[in-house]
Design a protein around this ligand. Structure first.
Ligand code: 1PR
Length: 549
């Protein structure tokens, strides 16, 4: 048996297969009739060609892989969707009612060329495409069964055991009928992401922490325990605790909300659609291959079967021994540990600033470009840490950012629904969203629209949109910020920061149309269960994945 999984760019994958001398032996193997399963790029590689590259495919399936149209939907397609069977049987346990995890920008449109290969069809926006194929010994899925929870694990297990294999040549395929009869249901769901900010505490333990406007230390210092009283000292005034204020205030501890792998496993069991780890201190003085987060990702990937994103420190680095490590190498190390996406924060700001300073000319050497080319846009997230810059009048806003200023007393642009007014601390009516680096500690002369459009142009596949102002506030998502970024780009946007109630999730999906919403504090402190968020959204008519492990 051969299982060909993969996250990657069609061109670089096929070129690598040929360069390593695998393409002809692979085609011979498939022709021999022995079982082959492909996942994502492992399915697309079987086709003749792809819009993604001039590199030819293996040509096992006489059809082409095209690019999604993006006028009506975010591309890459990142999220959970159904897969409607076009044949008789439930091949390998595929179930038209289950959700599977998709992450791709290119797809096989259903047409006559693939009629005798199509096994399931999926609808994304206004397009119906082939989400899995099966013919003889070949079975391949566009979605990632290894990241699709219980439903996906079932498909993998049945293929490995060659259980539930139906000879589709005898099965009446009704794909054409399904497409014509519009039977392929819209079942793309909104994603609920659990986010784990990870760092070492003062004792050196790796913990999940949580910022309050990015301040991850407890509000109050924990008083040092009094020295143990002994009979000799009990009455000795010189050792009685001093009443004078301490020379140095006691340190405020790093909030400790649990261990990263334990919490990731808990959130997977509770129905999180994705897990994001943000390494918020990105251990600079540590050799790449000793980075503590590698083990966190490796151990989590063993038992957490939904997508894992890792951010923090994805940049060109130098090991303490002077070994240079490119951002691409850092990312590849995490991918090989089981990460599905990597997230770049500060370096994305520097990359866009440099591109704008060069008049929009790209160098092709930034981490965003190199990782996106090698692994595909869908594997590269940019995490944005904006902070509100208030202004009493538009004239007070720097000219460069005036077009991207929001009116805090007005409804969202294009809507009439009143929005709670959120004037600045001195009654300022306007603000623009200023980008920061180094975890919100340094302001930059760049606004979120410039950054979002810049990283999209460089090849990022998704935006994780935080808010320094709302982080940890439980005041709800900053709808004006989320709406502005959602409207500025075609790639998916994950709204983050401020979730306090289940209604906050409904509000951000309804008001802005974002593809995903992230929370941290309310999940870590067990204030709002993920299942309650999903139940509320389902009741509000917002599609969410139902398969829990
Ligand atoms: O700059 O590429 O090394 O990446 C650093 C990464 O670490 C960035 O993604 C940055 O957002 C993140 N980060 C750095 N410092 C902090 C901090 O908190 N001091 N975390 C930090 C930012 C944002 C979310 C947070 C949401 C939801 N945290 O992770 O969890 O705001 O919180 P809530 O639901 O409790 O409101 P680089």
């Amino acid at each position: 048996m051969i299982l060909f999984p993969g996250v990657g760019n069609f061109g670089s994958a096929l070129a690598s297969l040929r360069k390593k001398g695998f393409s002809e032996p692979l085609k011979k193997y498939i022709a021999s009739g022995r079982p082959y399963m492909g996942i994502c790029i492992g399915m697309q590689a079987l086709f003749l060609s792809s819009d993604e590259s001039d590199e030819p495919g293996l040509g096992v399936v006489p059809a082409h892989v095209g690019v999604f149209a993006n006028a009506d939907k975010a591309v890459p397609c990142i999220g959970w969707n159904g897969a409607s069977l076009v044949g008789d049987g439930a091949e390998y346990g595929l179930d038209s009612d289950s959700s599977y995890y998709f992450v791709h920008s290119f797809r096989v449109k259903y047409d006559a060329d693939v009629e005798d290969w199509a096994l399931t069809l999926t609808r994304y926006g206004d397009e119906v495409y082939v989400s899995s194929i099966q013919k003889g010994n070949v079975f391949a899925t566009q979605f990632h069964p290894e990241k699709s929870g219980k439903a996906g694990l079932d498909v993998l297990r049945r293929w490995l055991e060659q259980e539930g294999k139906v000879d589709m040549s005898k099965s009446v395929r009704r794909a054409e009928a399904a497409v014509q009869a519009d039977l392929v249901r819209k079942s793309f769901t909104k994603r609920i992401v659990a986010c784990l900010d990870v760092r070492t505490n003062d004792a050196g333990d790796l913990v999940v922490t949580k910022g309050d406007q990015y301040d991850v230390r407890e509000a109050e210092a924990t008083p040092a325990p009094p020295p143990p009283a002994t009979s000799a000292t009990a009455n000795d005034a010189s050792t009685a605790p001093s009443l004078d204020p301490p020379s140095q205030p006691a340190p405020r501890d790093v909030r400790n909300l649990g261990k990263p792998v334990d919490l990731a496993r808990r959130y997977f069991a509770e129905g999180a659609d994705e897990i994001a780890f943000l390494n918020i201190t990105s251990f600079r003085s540590c050799p790449l291959h000793d980075q503590p987060m590698l083990d966190v990702v490796r151990q989590s990937a063993e038992t957490v079967f939904v997508p894992l994103t890792i951010g923090g420190g994805i940049r060109d680095t130098v090991d303490p021994d002077g070994t240079a490590r490119s951002a691409l190498e850092v990312a590849g190390t995490y991918f090989r540990c089981g990460a599905d996406k990597v997230s770049i924060g500060s370096d994305a700001v520097f990359a866009v600033e440099a591109m704008l300073a060069a008049g929009g000319v790209k160098t092709g050497t930034t981490g965003i470009e190199t990782i996106s080319y090698a692994y595909g846009a869908q594997a590269l997230v940019v995490s944005i840490d904006p902070k509100r810059a208030y202004a009493a009048s538009l004239d007070d806003v720097p000219l460069l950012h005036r077009p991207n200023t929001v009116d805090l007393a007005a409804p969202l642009p294009g809507t009439t629904k009143p929005l709670k007014t959120e004037l600045g601390p001195n009654g300022e009516r306007y603000c623009w969203y200023q980008c920061t680096v180094r975890g919100g500690r340094e302001l930059r002369d760049l606004d979120v629209v410039q950054l979002s459009q810049g990283v999209e142009a460089l090849g990022a596949g998704e935006i994780l949109l935080n808010s320094v102002d709302r982080d940890g506030s439980k005041a709800g998502f900053d709808l004006r910020l989320v709406n502005q970024v959602r409207k500025a780009v075609r790639i998916p946007v994950v709204a983050s920061s401020g979730a306090g109630t289940v209604e906050d999730f409904e509000e951000v999906f309804d008001a802005t149309g974002v593809e995903a919403a992230l929370a941290a504090g309310i999940f870590h402190r067990r204030e709002v269960p993920i299942a309650d968020v999903k139940d509320h959204l389902r009741t509000a008519g917002i599609p969410v994945r139902k398969d829990l492990l």
